[in-house]
Design a protein around this ligand. Structure first.
Ligand code: TXA
Ligand code: MG
Length: 313
C-alpha cells in the first residue's frame, strides 16, 4: 500500500471517508485514526500496528456534541471534567453507546473519549464528520511517535495517509480517567495532572494495578515505550562508568562524556523530548540510555511512569 503524505486535513479526511486509516498529529502524540463506526477500517489499525486485540482504542471528537454518539450517558462527574478541560490531553472512560462496535473497545462496554487540543487535529476531525478511534501511530511496543517522521519510520506502506504536522507539544500520551465509578480513577497519567483533576473532583485517585486482579486499562499490562537500547534510571549524583554507545537525558549535565546527550531546561521539555530521544538513540545504535529521575509530581509523574516502563522492558 502506498502511504500518501499531505499537509491538508481535508485530503487526509477523504481517506477516512473511503474506509482508510490515517495518521494525524495531536498535542500528545500522533494517532492512527479510523471511523469509529467502520469495523473493517478499525481492523486495519490493529493489523498495521500489530496491536494486541484486547487493547481498546480511544475515540476522538472534533466537538463536544459528538460525545453523544459514543456514550450512553454523560454522568455528572464526566460533565464536570468535560467542561473544565476539553479540548485537552485528557481521555474520559464512560459507558459506551450500543452502536459503537465492540472491536473499537476490545469488547469492553466502556469507551475512552477525548477532544484533542491541536488545531490541525481538530480541523481533520471536523472534515471527517465522525468521531475517530485512534491509538498512538507506532508499531506496538515502540515509543509513541511525536513527529510525522517517526510515524513514517514505523508505518510507511502500512497505512493510507499521514497528515503532516509539527512535532507534538506534550510528547506523552493523554491522561486516562475512568469516570464509570463513584471514585474517578486515573488509569494512565499524562499532562492533565492528578492535582488538576482533584481541583475539579477531590475524590479522584490514582489507580494501582495491584489493587485488583485484572487491570482496568488493558493497555497497562502490555509492553510499552521501549527503545532497543537498555534504559537505566539514575539520580543526578550517579557515578557513571564511561564506555562507548551510551546516552544521557535529564535536567542536570553529568561530568562524564556520552555519545548522545540531551539536557532539558524543564520537566515539560524532558517529557516533550523523551520518545524522540529514544528513537534517535536507536538510530545511532546506542546500547544504554541513562535517564535522570525527576520528582513524581505534576507532569513528572507521567514522565516517570513512561521511564519506569521503558526501564522494565
Ligand atoms: O494521547 C493519546 O491518548 C493518544 C492520542 C493519539 O490521542 N492515543 C493513545 O492511544 O495513546 P493508545 O491506544 O496508544 O493508548 C490508549 C490507552 C491504553 O492504555 C488503553 O488500554 C486505554 O487507553 N483505554 C482505551 N479505552 C479504554 C477503556 N474503555 N477502558 C480502559 N482503558 C482504556
Ligand atoms: Mg500506544
Amino acid at each position: 500500500m502506498k502511504t500518501i503524505l499531505t499537509t491538508s486535513p481535508a485530503e487526509a479526511a477523504e481517506f477516512i471517508k473511503r474506509g482508510g486509516i490515517v495518521a494525524f498529529p495531536t498535542e500528545t502524540v500522533y494517532g492512527l485514526g479510523a471511523n469509529v463506526f467502520d469495523e473493517k477500517a478499525i481492523k486495519k489499525i490493529f493489523q498495521a500496528k500489530q496491536r494486541p486485540n484486547d487493547n481498546p482504542l480511544i475515540a476522538h471528537v472534533g466537538n463536544i456534541e459528538q460525545i453523544k454518539l459514543l456514550v450512553s450517558k454523560i454522568n455528572e462527574t464526566a460533565q464536570k471534567f468535560t467542561e473544565a478541560f476539553f479540548p485537552a490531553p485528557l481521555t474520559l472512560v464512560l459507558q459506551k453507546a450500543k452502536n459503537v462496535p465492540l472491536i473499537a473497545t476490545a469488547n469492553l462496554e466502556t469507551i475512552g473519549v477525548r477532544m484533542p487540543k491541536n488545531e490541525l487535529a481538530l480541523e481533520f476531525l471536523k472534515n471527517c464528520e465522525t468521531p475517530i478511534v485512534a491509538p498512538s501511530a507506532n508499531i506496538s511496543g515502540k515509543p509513541s511517535p511525536t513527529t510525522w517522521q517517526a510515524v513514517f519510520e514505523d508505518l510507511n506502506q502500512r497505512i493510507d495517509c499521514i497528515l503532516q504536522g509539527e512535532a507534538t507539544e506534550v510528547g506523552l500520551e493523554s491522561t486516562v480517567l475512568d469516570c464509570t465509578t463513584e471514585t474517578p480513577f486515573v488509569l494512565r497519567t499524562g499532562a492533565v495532572t492528578l492535582e488538576q483533576l482533584q481541583k475539579i473532583e477531590p475524590k479522584t485517585r490514582l489507580y494501582k494495578i495491584s489493587e485488583m486482579e485484572t487491570p482496568k486499562s488493558p493497555g497497562l499490562k502490555h509492553r510499552h515505550y521501549s527503545p532497543q537500547a537498555k534504559v537505566i534510571l539514575v539520580s543526578s549524583k550517579f557515578n557513571f562508568q564511561c564506555s562507548k554507545s551510551q546516552a544521557f537525558i535529564g535536567l542536570k549535565k553529568p561530568d562524564s562524556d556520552f555519545e548522545m546527550i540531551k539536557i532539558c531546561q524543564s520537566v515539560e521539555e524532558y517529557a516533550h523530548s523523551i520518545f524522540d530521544f529514544f528513537r534517535r538513540c536507536d538510530h545511532e545504535n546506542i546500547e544504554t540510555i541513562y535517564c535522570e529521575k525527576v520528582a513524581e509530581k505534576g507532569i513528572g509523574l507521567a514522565l516517570m511512569d513512561r521511564l519506569k516502563r521503558a526501564a522494565a522492558s
